[in-house]
Design a protein around this ligand. Structure first.
Ligand code: UD1
Ligand code: CA
Length: 466
């Protein structure tokens, strides 16, 4: 392996989150913070194999949640950010002479564009290390970027070790850096073997000391000032996490609006960062779009729809609907009050109306399932009409079976289709039927008791009636 690589520091516990999960799995817009950070590394052209996460607290949970291919090393004792990077030495050696991007796993807004620009700067300056810095309104808690009389970078001082004058500095260390790998390995060696580097206020190995070590060796160290102060933001408790969510929510909404998506009122609208939305689509109040959802052009979603990993066709409307892992075709109308469950593919020009649930099923173009029905484990053909109150009886209590409904079939109101069963093309089922046997093409099936009239039954039999 030769190209650039990344080491993401994520061994911390995040005690103040008061969570069973390691802190970096806390979510911003439904996406774990560590995944935001991994995506920033990938934006610099790295594959998963070139990304190494330093784990510690909640190691197993974190490893299970990481994208396939991402490497991990364990930091068993939490002795500081410098010590965390030491754990990744073998990974770094395997990357030879290239550069490494160091990122904090809990700073989700250190975006791909910023780290890419910092890399360009780092390469052009031929630096041994480049610190990504930001000017912030409130520098409390961050390492300060210290400069000499000429404004040249002279080092980073942690809050705990800072003088009053240094505490007033508002340019801070974001915790993200590019290092030449060979230079970093030398600096880590010196840090580990010279006790003076742990005489700081925290008694930890500071990664920021690697910067000082390289400078004292006469190597070139630069800073790259990011344009946004958000890049440094992290969350230590759930109140701060909510703040990150609100910042991210507004950024994403603004990005879509500027790209031609109509979001007239953003009350309760939450759009995850990887959602894609076509032009002239409209997103209405209370709508939550999660995961890798894609909304086609001119579609209208909401109010109050929740879609996760759904693909919604152009011109479709999805009103007051819950959908997970489904595809909906062009110009199809869903809702209000519909539930679309995983494994469902709905064609174009379909109508899935109120109080309809569709699960693990395909529905052909032009079909109408307008009211109060359950369609599960079913292949519904094209231009079918499913009347009100129909159910596929797909579960025996032990096993699940599939139902097939042919093209142009007409399923009368309140029909139960007991799977496995097939209704043929153009076939009808009479209202109230319980269909247990296959219905041939073009046939009418009636599966119900014939109506009986008992004349004057009430007068004769009903004891309560005067
Ligand atoms: C660090 C920087 C500081 C910078 C700030 C930005 C140092 C010494 N200081 O401070 O200059 O302004 O980040 O947020 O580096 N971690 C480990 N193992 C450890 C310690 C930390 O994996 O032993 C991980 C944490 O889980 C976290 C990241 O490293 O994801 C940063 O650690 P944190 O303790 O928050 O560093 P700061 O003290 O905030
Ligand atoms: Ca921190």
């Amino acid at each position: 392996m030769t190209g650039n690589c990344a080491v993401i520091l994520a061994a911390g516990e995040g005690t103040r989150m008061k969570s069973k999960k390691p802190k970096v799995l806390a979510e911003v817009l439904f996406k774990p913070m560590i995944d935001w950070v991994i995506d920033s590394a990938k934006a610099c052209g790295m594959e998963e194999e070139n990304i190494c996460v330093v784990t510690g607290h909640g190691r197993e949970q974190l490893e299970a949640a990481l994208p396939q291919g991402v490497q991990t090393v364990v930091q068993t004792e939490r002795l500081g950010t410098g010590h965390a990077v030491m754990q990744a030495r073998d990974f770094l050696r395997a990357h030879g002479s290239a550069n490494v991007l160091i990122l904090g796993g809990d700073a989700p807004f250190m975006d791909g564009e910023t780290v890419s620009m910092a890399l360009q700067y780092h390469t052009r300056a031929n630096s041994a290390a480049t610190v990504i810095s930001a000017d912030v309104t409130d520098p409390t808690g961050y390492g300060r970027i210290v400069r000499d009389g000429n404004g040249d970078f002279s080092g980073i001082t942690e809050e705990k070790d800072a003088t009053e004058a240094q505490k007033a500095i508002r340019e801070v260390n974001s915790g993200a850096y590019w290092f030449n790998i060979q230079a970093l390995l030398v600096a880590l060696e010196k840090m580990e073997t010279n006790a003076k580097y742990r005489l700081n206020a925290a008694k930890e190995y500071y990664l920021t000391d690697a910067i000082e070590i390289l400078r004292s060796m006469g190597q070139r160290v630069t800073t790259f000032n990011s344009r946004s102060e958000d890049v440094v933001l992290g969350a230590n408790d759930r109140d701060q996490l909510a703040h990150l969510n609100e910042i991210a929510r507004q950024k994403v909404i603004r990005r879509h609006r500027l790209a031609g998506v109509s979001i007239p009122f953003d009350t309760g609208v939450i759009i995850a960062p990887d959602v894609r939305i076509g032009r002239d689509a409209e997103i209405l109040q209370g709508t939550i779009l999660k995961g890798k959802t894609e909304i086609g052009e001119d579609a209208v979603v909401g109010p109050n729809s929740v879609l996760e990993n759904c693909v919604i066709g152009a011109g479709a409307t999805v009103t007051q609907t819950y959908g997970t892992d489904v595809r909906v075709g062009e110009k199809t109308q869903v809702g209000p009050f519909a539930r679309l469950r995983p494994g469902t593919q709905i064609g174009a020009d379909v109508r899935v109306g109120n109080f309809v649930e569709v699960k693990n099923s395909t529905v052909g173009d032009g079909t109408k399932i307008s009211h109060l029905s359950y369609i599960g484990d079913t292949d519904v053909g094209r231009n079918v009409n499913v009347g009100s109150g129909c159910a596929t009886v797909n579960f025996t209590g032990k096993e699940k079976f599939r139902t097939t409904i042919g093209d142009h079939a007409f399923i009368g109101c309140d029909t139960s289709l007991v799977a496995p069963v097939r209704v043929g093309d153009r076939a009808y089922t009479g209202a109230g039927s319980t269909i247990t046997e296959d219905v041939p093409d073009d046939a009418l099936a009636l599966g119900r008791a014939r109506q009986v009239i008992k004349k004057d039954w009430v007068k004769v039999k009903n004891p309560y009636r005067k």
